[in-house]
Design a protein around this ligand. Structure first.
Ligand SMILES: Cc1ncc(COP(=O)(O)O)c(C=O)c1O
Length: 441
């Protein structure tokens, strides 16, 4: 690979996220994007099969969203949100409340998925605090990933990703995420066991401030899928024990699981929901933490003590709000859900082919996401799928980013049938190559 001048500059000045610079290949410089395609500085084109860290639900550079941002930028681009407000924030809040379960009524803005989760944690903690109850422990699930800030990392301590920081974490109780896959016949038992344990914990442990879960599918923890019935039953248990259920829908929101939100698909009503990623259609960083009126009212008082001490410089940035409104409009006007259903259908057809490969196991599909494990290279974040295979995909024009030994596809909804078919073909070829590598080792 020839190293261009700008890549040398990148190497000189930039520290990339989740990157071991000593061994990672140099980054590829992307110069433009359109729909599912990204183009690099050398003219190579890639199908973005992971929606660039799961954010570009409508593909890249959608002109309708771009226009909405430009239009808003000529009116007001940014304004302090403490003591001031603006139309895009009000319109977005109204629009979001309309499509969420009816109990969710109050919208708090922040900037990314991690902060949406931090806000949820602070709200849950202070909800009890304002009722003169001190509760400091959160329930989370093994392999969960809720973000990179210290609070969010604490919740993610059931994965090995953040073990370096474990001395900084606050107290959590971890339970198994009852993940399932094609051919799994032990799922009922797994679910029952977890639900029983959580119920018992809530009954006996009065320090629990809330339960946080990635409903239907855990993202970074390995694209682990659970059943709708589990989420329904979990919500029932939490409701019975009068605790707070927090849905981290940072990844699952905005159509990913086949419905607008996993809470809609499962017909459940969390007390708090966190949204980000697909919110702005992938154009700008923005996130929302949305709660019930019951929770909100607990923060009201005649002095500041009961108020939520949280806010960012860019809270409710008008450009981010304008992008989000435009993105939501696209869900109405472009028959996006038909496209989502089609992607799921195509994934099922591909899964039949995958079943024939010895190297593949635990195939699972959830809405627009298909994932499977690769046998023979270990598991978890430390498992390394050989660089060669990643390069093979890139050379063939596919942007994929396996999670340890898990390969997944999570494309923008505008992906064309022929692009999906091509991607499946290349992935299949790559897996066959990997199988050969394995048998030669
Ligand atoms: C479920 C979930 N929660 C939170 C986050 C953190 O979001 P961000 O990377 O925007 O901080 C992510 C990111 O992948 C996520 O998948």
């Amino acid at each position: 690979m020839t190293i261009t001048k700008s890549i040398k500059q990148d190497e000189k000045y930039i520290w990339h996220p989740f990157t071991q610079h000593k061994i990672s290949p140099l980054p590829i410089k992307i110069v433009s994007g359109k729909m599912t395609k990204l183009k690099d500085e050398k003219g190579n084109s890639y199908i973005d099969l992971i929606s660039s860290w799961w954010v570009n639900v409508h593909g890249h550079c959608h002109p309708y969203i771009a226009r909405a941002i430009f239009k808003q930028s000529k009116k007001i681009e940014q304004v302090i949100f403490g003591g001031f407000t603006h139309e895009p924030a009000i319109e977005l809040a109204k629009k979001i409340i309309k499509i969420l379960p009816k109990n969710l009524k109050k919208v708090f803005f922040s900037d990314n998925g991690s902060t949406a989760v931090e806000v949820a944690l602070k709200i849950a903690y202070q909800y009890w605090f304002n009722k003169n109850k001190k509760k400091k422990t959160f329930i989370a699930f093994k392999n969960a990933y809720h973000g990179d800030t210290v609070g969010a990392m604490s919740l993610s301590s059931g994965s090995d990703l953040f073990s370096t920081f474990k001395d900084l974490f606050f107290k959590i109780k971890l339970f198994d995420y009852p993940s399932t896959w094609e051919g799994d016949n032990k799922i009922e038992k797994k679910e029952e066991l977890v639900l029983e344990k959580i119920d018992k914990e809530l009954k006996n442990n009065h320090d629990i401030a809330g339960i946080i879960i990635e409903p239907l599918i855990q993202g970074s923890g390995g694209m682990n899928v659970c059943r709708e019935i589990f989420i329904k039953k979990l919500a029932k248990v939490i409701n019975k024990r009068k605790n707070l259920l927090i849905f981290d829908e940072v990844m699952t929101g905005f159509g990913r699981t086949g419905d607008f939100f996993a809470c809609k698909k499962t017909n459940t009503k969390p007390d708090i929901i966190c949204l980000s990623k697909g919110l702005t259609g992938g154009f700008l960083p923005l996130s929302l933490t949305i709660t019930t009126d019951k929770i909100y009212k607990n923060f009201l008082g005649t002095n500041f003590d009961k108020a939520l001490a949280h806010g960012h410089s860019f809270t409710a940035n008008p450009l981010g709000c304008a992008a989000s409104i435009a993105s939501l409009n696209l869900f109405k006007s472009k028959k996006v859900f038909e496209k989502i259903k089609n992607i799921e259908r195509q994934h099922y057809i591909f899964s039949k082919k995958l079943r024939k490969l010895e190297i593949v196991e635990k195939i699972r599909i959830c809405g627009t996401i298909i994932a499977f494990n690769i046998k023979g290279f270990g598991s978890g974040y430390r498992a390394i799928i050989p660089m060669k295979i990643k390069k093979f995909f890139l050379d063939k024009g596919l942007l994929l980013r396996p999670l340890g030994n898990v390969i997944y596809i999570m494309p923008p909804y505008c992906i064309l049938k022929k692009e999906l078919k091509y991607s499946y073909k290349i992935i299949y070829q790559g897996l066959k190559k990997l199988d050969e590598t394995r048998s030669h080792n």
